[in-house]
Ligand binder design. Structure first.
Ligand SMILES: [Zn+2]
Ligand SMILES: [Zn+2]
Length: 184
C-alpha cells in the first residue's frame, strides 16, 4: 500500500494521513497531521480507499526512524573507516547478519545484528550463507551469533517507540558519530 494520503499538511509541506480531533462545541472535526499535528487541507481527487491507514503510516514512519538510527550506530562501529570484513577503506554499508525482514523481538534493530562492511563484502555475504555465517561468527563471537536468532521466537508486538529510545542511547554512546559513508 502506498504512503499517500488524502490531505496535505501545511507544516510538513507534504501529503499526510490525519487524525480527527473533535471538541463538543465544534461544528466539525479538525483533521490534524499524524506527524506534526499541524493543520491540513484536502487534496482534490484522492480517494480514501487508495491511502494507507494512519496507524500503519505512523508505524512505518517509526520503523524508518529506527532503521536510520540503527544504520548510523553500525557505521560508527567501523574502525578507521575500514570494512569490518576485508579491511579496506571503502564506502561502507550497514549489513544485517540475520536478515532485516526479521522484526520479531526487534532483531532488525539489534545493534549486535549488524556490521559496517563495504558493498563488495555485503553482496558476497548476502549471496552466500556460509560466508555470511563465517564472517559474523568471527565478528560478533559464537555466543552472540547463537543468541540473536532466539529473539525471533519472542512473542508480542515490538514497541517501536521503546526501540527508538534504546537506539538513541546507543547512538549517543557511539564514539564517532560523524562517520558517514559516501554510499548507502
Ligand atoms: Zn505535518
Ligand atoms: Zn569489504
Amino acid at each position: 500500500m502506498p504512503l499517500i494520503a488524502t490531505r496535505y499538511c501545511l507544516r510538513c509541506k507534504d501529503a499526510r494521513p490525519v487524525r480527527k480531533v473533535k471538541e463538543p462545541h465544534w461544528r466539525a472535526s479538525k483533521r490534524l497531521c499524524v506527524v506534526c499535528n499541524g493543520p491540513t487541507r484536502r487534496i482534490k481527487g484522492r480517494r480514501k480507499k487508495d491511502v494507507m491507514p494512519a496507524p500503519l503510516y505512523e508505524h512505518k514512519k517509526l520503523e524508518q526512524e529506527a532503521d536510520d538510527l540503527w544504520r548510523r550506530i553500525i557505521w560508527a562501529k567501523a574502525v578507521g573507516g575500514r570494512c569490518a570484513r576485508c579491511g579496506n577503506v571503502r564506502p561502507l554499508q550497514a549489513a544485517h547478519c540475520f536478515k532485516r525482514k526479521h522484526k520479531q523481538g526487534g532483531l532488525r534493530w539489534e545493534i549486535a545484528n549488524g556490521s559496517p562492511i563495504c558493498s563488495g563484502c555485503h553482496m558476497h555475504t548476502e549471496g552466500d550463507r556460509e560466508a555470511n555465517e563465517a564472517f559474523f561468527r568471527s565478528y560478533m563471537g559464537d555466543a552472540e551469533y547463537e543468541r540473536l536468532p532466539a529473539l525471533k521466537t519472542m512473542g508480542g508486538k515490538v514497541d517501536m517507540k521503546l526501540v527508538i529510545l534504546g537506539l538513541k542511547v546507543e547512538l549517543a554512546k557511539s564514539v564517532d558519530q560523524t562517520a558517514r559513508p559516501v554510499v548507502y
